[in-house]
Design a protein around this ligand. Structure first.
Ligand code: UT7
Length: 329
């Protein structure tokens, strides 16, 4: 019997309606459209507005749409891996909350936190349950309500991040299609440069931590940029090399959308031309765990069975990695 691969068999996404434009940011902090566009490639991002709405509330429409597309019920899901850095609460896991909201009564689940690389870590982890034969339907969600952890007076972070959520279904494939290889890395020495310090066991929330702004995302942009640009390109090149892929073999590069300059550098290193790179950063900014599934969702109609895709990401932790997969439908 041929090896069982874990293949993506459905994808869907959700972004909130509210559009935060560069023009609106100009009225909030000392910035301008020209700076944001030339340094990041971002023109606008989506924000989840409204009382009582959290990350799981973006996942609900994304996953309901996905189940509808695939023609299955929520009760058929066996495992939910929710990749997020902005869970609804510290616990219970957002995977549990989502399962309840969609009626996934037969699934177990957990949250996976690997910042902007979360979705790559999530589908690699989910694939193990398919390849081992343990499960036949694994839902991997990547979503973040970054607006809940952004200081909208800090121009170095508020221009970058946005809210959004995407999801894929993993199922067994015996035609050799699906996840082929992945390289994932972590380096905790990067933690001082991109983090949310407060609310954990090191700095539990107090008046003081709030006064210090520890509940906001902090980023030393220049340092992160240097690591991101080198490591994301290196890991993408490494996965091509070890799978003997040349640029002409690759149908699409699906990069994490943190900065257009990082995306361009990665594509250049791989020798991939712009028209084969999925880029929607101009409309959504950096949605952390959401960027890659949102790209797959938006490009779904252009994907063909057998297409070779390289996914690549870099994020807080530091975490980074690359996945080689073939599209299965
Ligand atoms: O997704 C997770 C991983 N994250 C990343 O990959 C992000 C990596 N970092 C970046 O994308 C970039 O570093 C940023 C977009 C965050 C910043 O761009 P930069 O080109 O590295 O700018 P910088 O921080 O070096 O700042 C350059 C100048 C500074 O002014 P001076 O000191 O040269 O006078 C900043 O004060 O730009 C200034 N600046 C701004 N000006 C207008 C910083 N932010 C802004 C702003 N508007 N929003």
């Amino acid at each position: 019997m041929s090896k069982i691969h874990a293949a993506i068999t459905a994808v869907n996404g959700y972004v909130p309606d509210y559009i935060l434009t560069n023009a609106e940011l100009e009225s909030m902090v000392d910035t301008n459209d020209e700076w944001i566009t030339s340094r990041t490639g971002i023109k606008e991002r989506r924000i989840l507005k409204g009382e009582g709405l959290a990350t799981s509330d973006m996942a609900v429409p994304a996953v309901k749409g996905l189940l509808e597309k695939r023609g299955i019920g929520a009760d058929e899901l066996e495992l939910i891996i929710f990749c997020t850095s902005t869970p609804d609460m510290l616990f219970p896991a957002t995977a549990n909350i989502l399962a309840d909201k969609i009626g996934a009564v037969n699934a177990w689940g957990y949250d996976l936190q690997a910042a902007c690389s979360g979705f790559l870590f999530g589908i690699t982890t989910g694939a193990q349950f398919i390849e081992s034969g343990r499960h036949k339907k694994v839902l991997v969600v990547g979503g973040d309500k970054m607006s809940s952890v952004i200081n909208y007076t800090d121009r170095s972070t508020c221009i970058i991040f946005g809210d959004g959520c995407g999801a894929v279904l993993l199922e067994p494939n015996e035609e050799g299609l699906g996840l082929i290889d992945s390289i994932l890395k972590t380096d905790g020495s990067g933690s001082p440069y991109l983090n949310i310090k407060g609310g954990g066991s090191l700095h539990p929330a107090t008046h003081e931590t709030v006064d210090l702004g520890y509940h906001y995302a902090f980023q030393e942009g220049k340092t992160v940029f240097k690591f991101a640009v080198t490591n994301m390109a290196n890991v993408a090149a490494e996965i091509m090399e070890r799978n003997e892929l040349t640029a002409s073999d690759i149908a699409w590069l699906v990069p994490h959308q943190a900065n257009k300059r990082i995306i361009d550098a990665t594509a250049e290193r791989m020798g991939i031309s712009q028209e084969k790179v999925m880029i929607n950063i101009q409309r959504y900014g950096n949605t952390t765990s959401g960027t890659i599934p949102l790209c797959l969702w938006e490009w779904e109609k252009q994907l063909k069975k057998g297409d070779k895709l390289i996914l690549a990401a870099f994020g807080g932790g530091f975490t980074w990695g690359s996945i080689y997969l073939t599209w299965a439908y």
